[in-house]
Design a protein around this ligand. Sequence first.
Ligand code: FES
Length: 173
Amino acid sequence: MNSEKSGNKQSKKPSVDGTIICHCFRVTDKVIEEAVRQHGLKTVQDVSQSIKAGGGCATCRVDIEKIIERVRTHSTQQACAEPKKTEKIPSKKISESDRETLIKKVLMEQIRPLLLADDGDLELVEITGKTVRIKIWSSDPDNPKAEATLLHSITGILHELVDSDIILEDVTS
Ligand code: FES
């Protein structure tokens, strides 16, 4: 009697795009990558709360950690390599106070949030003419090249967006 099976159930085949990392919840690496990227997830716990992955038997947690690290490292490098286009003021027309304001804006509003999101940080110590002194902490303190790479990237951004004569010095130690 109860033959109300409509038969038109839409085939809800999950499009398995990528490799399944979390078998408990059938979550792929692509989905985890996207969630980390879009929501700025930092820990496996963040991922579990957001998309469940890793919240079951926990055998996938190491793989999820690797994905988080990979995505976050990549996005920071990419952001540093391709800074958002903001109002670029030609260096010849910029006054000293405008340059200082722009330097602060780029460092604190564009670059610092990226570093913070990646467990790094930056502190502006002083600006003297075209010399900018900062303290910088990378997300990978055990890697001596990480801070040098960041300093190089930030210098490039300041040259691009503010003034190509800017000298950036790391006075962290
Ligand atoms: S495989 Fe991911 S929680 Fe079990």
